[in-house]
Write a protein that binds this ligand. Structure first.
Ligand code: SF4
Length: 442
């Protein structure tokens, strides 16, 4: 089954358990990530007379506090999957361990339905392990798998053991995400729009959200009030792909209202902001109304890479945006700038030039390692270099795809690029040594 809208529309009087699985990966960091789609669906279902519960393996596996409400998350070393066995790095389960997850489930009422969400395609190991545990604790209860992995890899997801897989966007009237199901969450998450008006060659936004839509402003403010009115939450992360598109009519009035109703709230944009939209007025608005951390979507100073990124910014626009942000009072350290690395056809020298360009103009470069996303033009080019990608999502892991598996750059080259970017963040200026490339294949 793929189109589950009617199934959910008709569901009533049921006990529904939503589950966010653990993550199996080399690295994981809490960038204000919450399973927003699952939370919208749980709220929808409870409004239709169902009782809903949430078991979030990442949140429940938190071990300590980080800045701006984020948490460190428990990690347990696990054996690497066979496909990644040759990678000389440790592999972990992030979030609740299996025994603690089992105990958490046993404290929940026996559900009539279980909804499991998923994120990165190469995190499916955590999803499969989670469904396995659910089967043991709640035998016979139907499991429905949704989320990004299920949408992008529907055939592979059939191996998960789920009874139903949601492979199409849900056509339901969502209003507010059920963030109140969390106890002790120290930050809020907010979407003011869904989808993105651009079409970058390496991004799946258009596949996951075919249309770009603005959310009802009243609902956005109600959503924020629900999360912020208790007084314990001081940080709010925006989930929009294109937060500043059409900003004068949608985002500015919302930001002003949020700042007036919830003074002292610190705002964050973990998804990159579109540089072209940032002028003096915009920078001043962001600063005055409480933005604390920014991520700028620059991605590359290479014209060919800029074309593949929808030509959404130019070198000149980036320099102008930095000047506006500095003038408004943001420090260099706050101006984190995404630089893409490892895209098929992108040279190491091109990444190096982009980093140097950002550093020269006072920005704070942050390398974003490319991961091939099924269904995108970049995935097709990536699969030409590494044909196994089409059948095995583990090979698209961003930590190892370009440096270890595809041979786009060697691990020392990637490290040198990171050092180049990081050196400036730490106030050092050192010339990196780019090691001779030695292709590495498992
Ligand atoms: S602008 Fe960002 S979200 Fe939109 S298509 Fe490009 S990479 Fe994806």
């Amino acid at each position: 089954m793929s189109e589950l809208s009617s199934f959910f529309r008709e569901m009533t009087g049921a006990v529904v358990l939503g589950v966010n699985p653990p993550v199996h990966d080399f690295t994981f960091f809490d960038l204000w990530a919450k399973p927003l789609g699952l939370l919208f669906l749980l709220d929808y279902l409870r409004k239709r007379g169902n009782r809903v519960f949430l078991a979030d393996c990442i949140f429940e596996g938190r071990t300590g506090d980080l800045s701006f409400g984020r948490n460190t998350v428990r990690k347990t070393e696990i054996p690497k999957p066979a496909w990644l066995a040759a990678i000389p790095r440790r592999y972990h389960r992030f979030g609740l361990g299996e025994e603690d997850f089992r105990r958490l489930l046993e404290s929940c009422p026996v559900p009539d339905y279980i909804l499991v969400t998923s994120m990165m395609t190469y995190w499916y190991g955590g999803v499969f392990s989670c469904i396995d545990t659910l089967r043991q604790v709640f035998p016979g209860v139907p499991v429905i798998l949704g989320g990004v992995y299920a949408r992008l890899c529907p055939d592979h997801a059939k191996r998960s053991g789920a009874d139903m897989i949601q492979t199409e966007p849900l056509d339901l009237e969502f209003s507010l995400p059920a963030t109140d199901l969390y106890r002790g969450l120290r930050y809020g998450v907010l979407a003011t729009t869904f989808g993105c008006p651009f079409r970058c060659e390496y991004c799946a936004s258009r596949l996951l959200e075919p249309s770009y839509r603005r959310r009802n402003p009243g609902l956005v403010l109600e959503d924020a009030a629900r999360q912020l009115s208790g007084g314990e939450v001081r940080d709010l992360a925006f989930y929009d792909d294109a937060l500043l598109a059409g900003k004068e009519r949608h985002f500015y009035p919302l930001l002003e209202a949020l700042n007036e109703r919830h003074p002292g709230t610190r705002f964050h944009s973990p998804n990159g902001l579109h540089v072209r939209e940032i002028d003096d007025e915009c920078a001043e608005m962001l600063k005055k109304r409480g933005f604390e951390t920014l991520r700028l979507s620059f991605e590359s100073s290479d014209p060919e890479m800029q074309r593949r990124g929808s030509d959404k910014t130019s070198d000149e626009e980036y320099v102008a945006a930095l000047a506006s942000l500095r003038k408004a009072g943001f420090s260099g350290g706050q101006l984190e700038t995404y630089i893409l690395a490892g895209v098929p056809g992108q040279s190491v020298e091109s990444v190096e030039r982009s980093i140097r360009f950002v550093l020269e103009h006072g920005g704070n470069p942050k390398i974003a390692e490319f991961s091939p996303v099924p269904g995108t033009p970049s995935f097709r080019r990536a699969a030409e270099l590494l044909p196994g990608l089409t059948d095995e999502p583990l090979l698209s892991n961003k930590t190892v795809y370009s440096s270890y598996l595809a041979g786009n750059m060697s691990p020392p080259e990637l490290q040198a690029l990171k050092d180049l970017a990081k050196g400036q963040r730490e106030g050092r200026s050192k010339k990196p040594k780019f090691a001779k490339r030695t292709a590495y294949y498992p």
